[in-house]
Design a protein around this ligand. Structure first.
Ligand code: HEM
Length: 188
């Protein structure tokens, strides 16, 4: 059974150097020098010396993907942890009450028919590897609804910026009421 519950720990330690951290919408997060991604319960945590904050999320089943999209994603999406992927982004996101008040089919219409989230994202595979963590279903209330995590090679950093810009310009993002953007890098 692969690990599902992950902690993102910002502080003085960790393999990822924080190159920039900024609020896109709503409150930001305190600046930190390093980030560690840890399987929850693995001993790392807020008690660690130098840890400034800790965000927790859990991987889950897909909610929106339809079969033809799933086939395309499976054919193109790379795994995390590629040696050449020395850049990463952690983008924690919260959506507003209007989003969560909608039905699943209403959300899917905005997510894909109007915003083309999957169609746009597919253009950036296999350059970008990703993992989506959900936060709403955890027992302890979390400050974000999603922790989105991406890994890519330095040569694809510009393309990643274009991807983020395209998604932020889409109707889906009108429902985002808190978003923080962290860009990270690690040594070879
Ligand atoms: C690398 C290209 C990308 C691909 C292929 C991609 C694909 C997807 C897919 C398939 C889902 C739906 C999963 C489901 O069915 O539940 C999803 C959800 C999501 N993605 Fe992306 N994505 C990409 C990039 C991004 C980026 C750059 C961001 C943030 C700036 C982002 C933020 C999100 C969020 C917040 C969700 C959850 C939406 C919700 O459940 O309301 N994605 N993505």
């Amino acid at each position: 059974m692969p690990a599902r519950l992950f902690d993102f720990i910002g502080g003085a330690d960790g393999p990822w150097r924080v190159d920039r951290i900024g609020a896109v919408t709503g409150d930001g997060l305190p600046a930190v020098a390093r980030l560690r991604v840890a399987e929850a319960g693995g001993g790392a945590g807020i008690g660690e010396p130098g840890a400034a904050w800790q965000l927790r999320g859990i991987t889950s089943n897909e909610r929106y993907v339809e079969r033809p999209e799933k086939q395309l994603l499976l054919a193109k999406q790379p795994a995390l942890g590629r040696a050449e992927a020395r850049c990463a982004a952690l983008i924690p996101i919260r959506k507003n009450a209007a989003w969560w008040a909608m039905t699943q089919d209403e959300r899917r219409a905005i997510f894909e028919a109007q915003s083309r989230h999957i169609a746009i994202g597919l253009d950036y595979l296999p350059a970008v590897a990703r993992r989506l963590h959900h936060c709403r279903d955890l027992e302890t209330p979390q400050p974000f609804d999603f922790l989105t995590w991406f890994e890519y090679a330095p040569a694809d950093a510009e393309a990643f910026e274009a991807l983020v810009a395209a998604l932020r310009a889409s109707p889906e993002w009108a429902f985002v009421d808190r978003e923080v953007d962290l860009r990270l890098s690690r040594d070879a």
